[in-house]
Design a binder for this molecule. Structure first.
Ligand code: FES
Length: 303
């Protein structure tokens, strides 16, 4: 009761503060401190941002082969990614329908079924309940009155785009196509270009001792380039950057993408048939709420 009251007061305070945050840029203020430090705000964010709309929850490369399973935790909930024998990626709550045991504890591959470690109920890669050993007593694997048809794993609405896996925990958010359309339209020149994950060495892990929004905010601006990234600023200087501000994504673009590899050094091929801009341009946007993207004629990355 107390927690709920505190949470409602907090929500009202934030809504009030947002008027200043949303003021014209010359007079706007940043978010209140509580937005970065108060667990009550995190709880509101999990409820209102991560449980009511689309967000990025993982990478297609995490389940490259049919039968792959990979656990993830998002918005405080345990989920897992599953690539079925049909090649389709699905996302499920990582919770057994019997007594709630976590089903997938580490990335693995299973060709047949997902077996719960507690009482060995088994599920197909499509989530169907397919085995309930001894449920009717020793040696009896069915029991009268028990119908497992509706007791499959709880699937989470999901979609793929640019090698990323998005989820909608609510199940009732707008269509994924509507959510992604503004950015997909901006980057339509890359539609259909195959993304090739080049191996384990193309993954970097960052451990950031900060609230998640600071990482997003930092990514959206080029202002810090001369001081924090002087090398980068030498060949892609601040004055060659422009701001990108849209409803569902924000960030920056550069007119100066020229990595300057030495003659003969291995390089990725350019995507075919790109408009002239991409010959020397690149764009870096945060797709709200939580994925940071960088797009170049020859490579793409996502954080
Ligand atoms: Fe999974 Fe019992 S909790 S089979």
């Amino acid at each position: 009761m107390k927690v709920g009251t505190h949470s409602n007061e907090m929500q009202d305070a934030i809504v009030g503060a947002m008027r200043q945050v949303l003021a014209p840029i010359e007079t706007a203020r940043g978010l209140p401190n509580a937005c970065y430090a108060d667990p009550a705000v995190m709880a509101i964010e999990q409820r209102r941002i991560f449980r009511e709309g689309w967000f990025c929850a993982g990478f297609v490369m995490d389940v490259p082969d049919n039968g792959d399973l990979s656990p993830i935790e998002v918005a405080g909930l345990p989920l897992f990614l599953s690539r079925g024998m049909d090649g389709a990626i699905r996302v499920f709550h990582n919770v057994c329908r019997h007594r709630g045991r976590i089903l997938v504890e580490a990335p693995t591959n299973t060709k047949k079924a997902i077996m719960c470690p507690y009482h060995s109920w088994t599920y197909g890669l499509d989530g169907r309940l397919i085995g309930t050993p001894h449920i009717g007593g020793p040696g009896k694997h069915t029991c009268p009155g028990f119908d497992g048809t509706d007791i499959g794993l709880k699937e989470v609405r999901s979609a793929e785009w640019f090698g990323l896996i998005f989820v909608d925990l609510s199940g009732i958010a707008e269509a994924f196509g509507t959510y992604i359309q503004p950015l997909a339209r901006r980057w339509r020149a890359f539609e259909g270009v195959p993304l090739v994950h080049t191996g384990a060495d193309c993954r970097i892990e960052f451990e950031l001792a900060c609230n998640w929004k600071l990482a997003v905010e930092n990514y959206c601006e080029a202002y810090h380039l001369p001081w924090v990234h002087p090398e980068l600023n030498r060949y892609s200087p601040l004055e060659q950057h422009y701001a990108i501000v849209e409803q569902t994504y924000s960030g920056q673009g550069s007119n100066c993408y020229a990595p300057g590899f030495p003659e003969g050094a291995p390089a990725f091929p350019n995507a075919p048939s790109l408009p002239a801009f991409w010959g020397s341009g690149a764009e870096y946007v945060a797709l709200f709420p939580n994925v940071l993207l960088g797009l170049h004629r020859d490579h793409f990355f996502a954080v």
